[in-house]
Design a protein around this ligand. Structure first.
Ligand code: LHQ
Length: 257
């Protein structure tokens, strides 16, 4: 059975991390497979990506057995070849990526979720910056995204204490977008992905690029970039469709072009 499953559901690519007996912990094979699946999702027929985990976890992060395996990839390769390319890929994909956190998300598993465009979590899910408990530092973009999401002090505490944060707490502190009750989680989180896939994809990708840039920008630079991307958005067929539909009081049909 493949460690990552890709299912194409119309314009939505559903990606399921699939090592449930290891709480979907990442080994090299799984990290490289997820990279190649995300590369496939660059195809313009895919307009939203939905990332979730099989079984009771989203992902427990790095497979710790692999770290000490003499035949394993070794510490030097794990970040540079596994996680760093994954985080960069997700941020550069020109379409929204929804992390549907179905259960515990720990270490690199938590930070993989937090780099996605929208993070929704089942009520029973939780997030753990587990690194400090095994003597490591947070990675996979955690030190970039978490302080920006929840503020420096909270991020510092969660990363040093390695405390488990439940889904409600995560939503309250702005770490994630929203919590959905367990019973409706699969359906309601997928509905968000389907809705995003029906929206003006290029406009959303320009929004994503602007948000990527804002973290190391000034107001004057950001205003110029908004201007530039707005000119590009105004040239899309979806902008024409959106205005026409509004004027004629009908529902728009966006094509992502
Ligand atoms: C696991 C794991 C796991 C292997 C559960 N590996 N088997 C980057 C650079 C280089 C090196 C290292 O890492 C990184 C990035 C990172 O991600 S570092 C952080 C790595 N992750 C962790 O430290 C989390 C470790 N796991 C846990 O703390 C717990 O398992 C959590 C809190 C996630 C879940 O707890 P429980 O629900 O109580 O489940 P469990 O602990 O009983 O685990 C179930 C099984 O999954 C168990 O196997 P077994 O054969 O005994 O049933 C665990 O050994 C296995 N598992 N996480 N990361």
């Amino acid at each position: 059975m493949s460690s990552v499953i890709l299912e194409i559901k119309g314009p939505v690519a559903v990606i399921t991390l699939n090592r449930p007996e290891k709480l979907n912990a990442f080994n090299r094979e799984m990290a490289l497979l997820l990279q190649s699946i995300l590369e496939e999702c660059k195809n313009e027929s895919i307009r939203c990506i939905y990332l979730t985990g099989m079984g009771k976890a989203f992902s427990a992060g790095q497979d710790l057995a692999e770290v000490t395996d003499p035949d394993g990839p070794g510490m030097a390769k794990i970040l540079s070849e596994h996680y760093n390319p994954l985080i960069t890929l997700i941020r550069s994909l020109e379409k929204p990526v929804v992390a549907a956190v179905n259960g515990v998300a720990a270490g690199a598993g938590a930070n993989l979720a937090l780099c996605c465009d929208l993070v929704v979590a089942a009520a029973s899910a939780s997030f753990i910056q587990a690194f400090s408990k095994i003597g490591l530092v947070p990675d996979s973009g955690g030190t970039f995204f978490l302080p920006r999401l929840i503020g420096f002090q909270k991020a510092s505490a969660l990363m040093m204490l390695g405390e488990k944060v439940n889904a409600d707490e995560a939503a309250q502190m702005g770490m994630i977008y929203k919590v959905i009750d367990d019973k409706n989680f699969a359906e309601a989180s997928m509905a968000i992905a389907e809705y995003l896939a029906s929206m003006p994809t290029q406009g959303l990708s320009y929004t994503k690029q602007l948000l990527n840039d804002t973290f190391d920008s000034s107001l004057s630079k950001q205003l110029k970039k908004e201007d530039m991307y707005q000119q590009k958005a105004a040239l899309t067929a979806d902008f024409k469709e959106g205005v026409e539909a509004f004027t004629n009081r009908r529902a728009p049909v966006f094509t992502g072009r």
